[in-house]
Design a protein around this ligand. Structure first.
Ligand code: MG
Ligand code: ZN
Length: 227
């Protein structure tokens, strides 16, 4: 059994941060679908909640209900709807100062995730999310980051697949998230910052976690951990 401090062991700190409901206060996919309200979306959403279909299948099918001709309206709504959680800019500054790598691992979609994060100077090479194609009759979601052979959840954007590229013997892996889709990542992580459903799930299944409400809470805890 090792009691080595990850810092003493020379591990690099790396943060994997969720987008919807974490960086943002609200859930953007739900907001977009609710706003445009295409007939049939509620039944699909219910099937996802009941775990009859995967998140990937559910999101794909819901967006396929929206005509691609609505592109400008959907993109505008997606971006303008976003509200950023307090302390996000400060967390990015702290990571830069402390040489902590910061990655966004999001089940959201490029057309709202990229423009919102661009304002904060986050390069797209540090953002993992799903893609979109407006060239057909309906909006098609694309999946450039699928599950590897270790994951069978049909995540769409697979957070654990990304995390496994940063091995535990070289990185102190920190995850920030709010929902059950962050849970598999939380099991892999050294440090978990949670809110909402992720807190409940971690409590229920005995995964160590620290609750947060704003990113100021996380900065304060990261500073404590460094001592
Ligand atoms: Mg989320
Ligand atoms: Zn997966």
């Amino acid at each position: 059994m090792s009691t080595a401090n990850p810092l003493a062991a020379g591990k690099k700190r790396i943060i994997f941060c969720d987008f919807d409901g974490t960086i943002t206060v609200n859930d953007n996919i739900v907001a977009i679908i609710q706003h445009f309200n295409p007939p049939g979306w509620e039944a699909i959403a219910q099937q996802v909640l009941d775990q009859q279909i995967s998140i990937q299948e559910g999101v794909g099918r819901m967006f396929r209900l929206l005509p691609a001709s609505l592109q400008a309206e959907v993109v505008d709504f997606g971006i303008s709807n976003v509200r950023i959680r307090d302390g996000f800019e400060e967390l990015l500054a702290y990571c830069k100062e402390q040489d902590i790598e910061f990655y966004v691992t999001s089940g959201g979609i490029d057309f709202f995730v990229y423009p919102v994060l661009e304002r904060f100077g986050i390069d797209t090479s540090h953002i993992y999310c799903n893609g979109s194609d407006f060239t057909g009759e309906f909006i098609e979601i694309t999946w450039p980051h699928p599950c590897d052979e270790h994951c069978t959840n049909h995540c769409g954007m697979c957070k654990t697949t990304i995390m496994r590229r940063f091995p535990a013997d070289r990185y102190e892996r920190i995850i920030i998230g709010d929902s059950v889709t962050d849970f598999e990542g939380a099991k892999l992580a050294d440090v978990v910052y949670s809110r909402s459903h992720l807190t409940a799930k971690c409590s229920e299944l005995g995964i160590a976690h620290t609750e947060f409400e704003t990113f100021h809470d996380i900065i304060a805890d990261l500073k404590r951990e460094r001592k």
